[in-house]
Design a protein around this ligand. Structure first.
Ligand code: NAP
Length: 437
């Protein structure tokens, strides 16, 4: 049997401790599958005394993960610390420069430094594996990098943040407010104490930027993503979406267009009958549309210790099965130096259907004025419905418009015009509609 593969785990939190536990519990199975043992020979975290629920005392302890990356007797450095700078970045860079394979679950690090790190890995002839960084346990990186050769991707989109999907699912199922759902998500451990990163779309954007690079062979451009979170979504939107045959999801979408590549993260209306609309709770899903394959949808657990550990272990097993001298494939599908600069399509030229919800004074002429603003901007409407607002706000009406395909620029101009006309009594709500099978 080949020599054991020695791994060093940096970070023994939710994911790191699960990885250590699975490597222990599934040791015999992994040895059979990989043809060699996998042993944890070094570990690093902040607190050496903390009970991790798994005994790692046989492994050499390092207070400093960078030292572990440089001097420990390891073949694979597993980074599960998190963060786009500091110890995560320094230790991954050090491990690659020392000629060690790296496995990471860190989307923030890859979104910011992925291409630079890939260049080092490719120069050194080692692997930088990151299956767990996008959609947790769903094998989307392998699928896009290895199983879709020859396919040209037109669009990739997905539900990439379990916290947001959990909140939107409960808002719809139970008719409760965004704030109440968020509080519950925090109590149940599905949302952080500071949820901004998840609910405002940053986490989805990091993951999307990695998928975009794989889909279109471009350099990662996480700062060039149009981003809107879900904190403005109300029960009125959820109910109106349902009445119109849609469900609201926070999607990350990357799409090839004539003017460049669109990368956008925003609440989106998808047809209730579509497959992606059936993805509920903390579950993630990624849809990939290509010229040869058509549309593929992968869905499954996007976070959590075990699901994420499953992807990390898969990456380790790939390294265990590779043989010395074997030429590894490039990190982002194409050699890092050949990744093209990202050509951004302006959001204003985005084309699609729009849902517009307006709360207006209940006065004669308002409805006609709204219809005129739409017509002036060449927006053709699929439906326009008005309802009286009950209760205290009886002098108001809600007008809900659904457009046929138009542009973002036209919608913004029309809504700005309606706002200037002075008919609105509340902020207008605009939600993009996404085609989905
Ligand atoms: N949790 C998930 O469901 C999930 C899913 C997909 C991807 N990920 C990614 O996986 C990574 C880890 O996430 P997590 O949830 O496991 O985080 P976590 O529970 O906060 O664990 C982080 C670990 O890093 C250690 N650490 C922090 N600073 C360190 C330093 N300077 N030196 C050495 N160790 C240090 C901590 O040590 P102490 O324990 O001693 O404090 C802790 O063990 C992140 O990149 C995250 O984005 C997580």
């Amino acid at each position: 049997m080949a020599e054991a593969l020695r791994v060093g785990i940096a970070g023994l939190g939710t994911v790191g401790a699960s990885v250590a536990r699975v490597l222990r519990d599934k040791a015999a199975e992994l040895t059979r599958q990989c043809g060699r043992d996998i042993v944890v020979s070094a570990v690093s975290a902040r607190d050496p005394k903390r009970d991790r629920g798994v005994d790692v005392s046989a492994a050499k302890w390092f207070d400093d993960p960078v030292k572990m990356a440089q001097i420990a007797d390891i073949d694979v450095f597993i980074e599960l610390i998190g963060g786009d700078e500091g110890p995560a970045r320094l230790s991954v860079k050090a491990a690659l420069e020392a000629g060690r394979h790296v496995v990471t679950a860190n989307k923030a690090l890859l979104a910011k430094h992925g291409v630079a790190l890939a260049e080092i890995a490719e120069k050194k002839g080692v692997l930088l594996n990151y299956e767990a960084a996008v959609a947790g346990g769903i094998p989307v990186i392998k699928t896009m990098r290895e199983a879709m050769a020859g396919n040209s991707v037109n669009r990739v989109f997905g539900i990439l943040n379990g916290t947001c999907n959990y909140i939107l699912t409960r808002m719809e199922a139970e008719g409760i407010s965004f704030d109440a759902c968020l509080k519950d998500a925090q109590r149940l451990g599905y949302a952080e104490a500071d949820p901004t990163f998840d609910i405002e779309g940053h986490d989805t954007a990091h993951k999307l930027s990695i998928l975009t690079s794989l889909a279109f062979g471009t350099k990662i451009a996480a700062n060039d993503i149009y981003m809107e979170g879900i904190s403005n979504i109300t029960q009125a939107d959820i109910r109106a979406a349902g009445d119109l045959g849609y469900r609201i999801k926070l999607l990350g979408v990357a799409q090839r267009t004539e003017s460049g590549i669109e990368q956008r993260v925003h609440p989106t209306m998808v047809p209730t009958a579509s497959v992606i609309a059936q993805v509920h709770g903390v579950t993630n899903a990624v849809a990939i549309e290509t010229d040869i394959l058509g549309e593929l949808l992968l869905s499954g657990p996007g976070a959590g210790g075990n699901a994420t550990a499953s992807a990390v272990i898969g990456d380790i097993a790939d390294i265990a099965k590779s043989r010395p001298g074997f030429q590894h494939g490039p990190v982002f599908g194409l050699p890092a130096k050949e990744l093209r600069p990202y050509k951004k399509a302006q959001m204003r030229s985005h084309a699609g259907g729009y849902f517009i919800r307006l709360t207006v004074h209940d006065r004669i002429g308002v409805f006609a004025a709204i219809a005129k603003r739409m017509a002036d901007n060449d927006i053709s409407l699929e439906s326009i419905v008005q309802h009286a607002v009950s209760g205290e706000a009886a002098a108001q009406k809600t007008v809900i418009l659904v457009s046929h395909e138009t542009t973002e620029a036209a919608v913004r101009k029309a809504v700005d015009g309606i706002t200037k006309d002075g008919h609105l009594t509340d902020k207008p709500q605009v939600i993009r509609i996404e085609r989905a099978g």
